[in-house]
Design a protein around this ligand. Structure first.
Ligand code: CP
Ligand code: NVA
Length: 303
């Protein structure tokens, strides 16, 4: 039975802990290579652009002794040129693992059901679980997770959906501040709360970013206009007025709070240059940790 990671909820709290422990252990080694994917091929099917996710997954597969094949957005036409079932069925005959970035979460479910091999979500409109693993790893390295407060300011999107669940499971107090109409959905808040209940963490929604950031240990933001939402950009720019992570807002957080962003950033919109490039920013550690977290995840899936 192959094990897929389509959502952060496909991993239990304990499993996330195992993966992140492995990631930290491997990151500390001078030689990070191992052989869990020796003789195996991973197919990357990406329907949206990527820098971090593509490069870090290709490197992770190589470090684990496997081979990665990349199919770019115009090539496969997942759900357009061919159904997710047909793509999954065929890819599963050639490859041992599929890493997929797509729009609808249902494409991943359908691909995984038909492929018979593990499928990993490399971002969908609904979730970005591998980003959340790297983010929690980064928070562990910058002061720890349990009992600390993570405030996310901005759109209730794929990034915060996965992050809230993962961070609440690590015992963090997760606060999410969004304007009306762009809040994190109730079902995801409930899932995060369920994780938090087992870990003494918590999750709460705010409309006022200043109140949400007050005393926070980590301040996180992401773009107001995600890939695929470009036609809404103007309307979103207006809706998110007052939600920019700037020096004044970060000053409300605890002293030395970490500032996080999954990147790519729309500089001057959700975050200022001053903050993104400032001493509290850990965004490059986050980006680096994509590699370590995903390598550990793949090693764990095939180990
Ligand atoms: N954070 C992230 O997923 O970046 P890419 O879109 O460049 O992969
Ligand atoms: N929310 C963003 C994340 C990019 C890594 C998007 O989906 O475009």
């Amino acid at each position: 039975m192959s094990r897929s990671v389509l959502s952060v909820n496909d991993l239990s709290r304990a499993e996330i802990g195992e993966v992140l422990d492995r990631a930290l252990e491997t990151k500390r080694r001078s030689d990070r290579r191992s052989s869990e994917l020796a003789g195996k091929t991973a197919l990357l099917i990406f329907q949206k652009p990527s820098l971090r996710t593509r490069v870090s997954f290709e490197l992770a597969v190589t470090n684990l002794g496997g081979q990665a094949l990349y199919l770019s957005p115009p090539e496969v036409g997942l759900g357009e040129r061919e159904s997710p079932e047909d793509v999954g069925g065929v890819a599963g005959r050639y490859c041992d693992l599929i890493i997929c970035r797509t729009f609808d979460q249902s494409n991943l479910d359908r691909l995984a059901a038909a492929s018979g091999v593990p499928v990993v979500n490399a971002l969908s409109d609904w979730e970005h679980p591998c980003q959340a693993l790297a983010d929690v790893l980064t928070i562990r390295e910058h002061g720890g997770t349990s009992g600390r407060t993570l405030t996310y300011v901005g759109d209730g999107n794929n990034v915060v959906r996965s992050l809230a669940i993962a961070a609440a499971g690590e015992g963090m107090h997760v606060r999410v501040a969004s304007p009306s109409g762009y809040e994190l959905d109730e079902a995801s808040v409930a899932e995060a709360a369920e994780r938090a209940a087992g870990s003494e963490g918590s999750v709460s929604l705010f409309s006022d970013p200043v109140e949400a950031v007050d005393g926070a240990d980590v301040v996180y933001t992401d773009t107001w206009t995600s890939m695929g939402q470009e036609v809404e950009a103007k309307q979103r720019l207006e809706a998110f007025t007052g939600y920019q992570v700037d020096a004044r807002l970060v000053a409300q957080a605890s002293r030395g709070a970490s500032v996080m962003h999954c990147l790519p950033a729309h500089r001057g919109e959700e975050i200022t240059d001053e903050v993104l490039d400032g001493p509290q920013s850990v965004v490059l550690d986050q980006a680096e940790n994509r590699l370590h977290a995903q390598q550990a995840l793949l090693a764990w899936l095939f180990g």
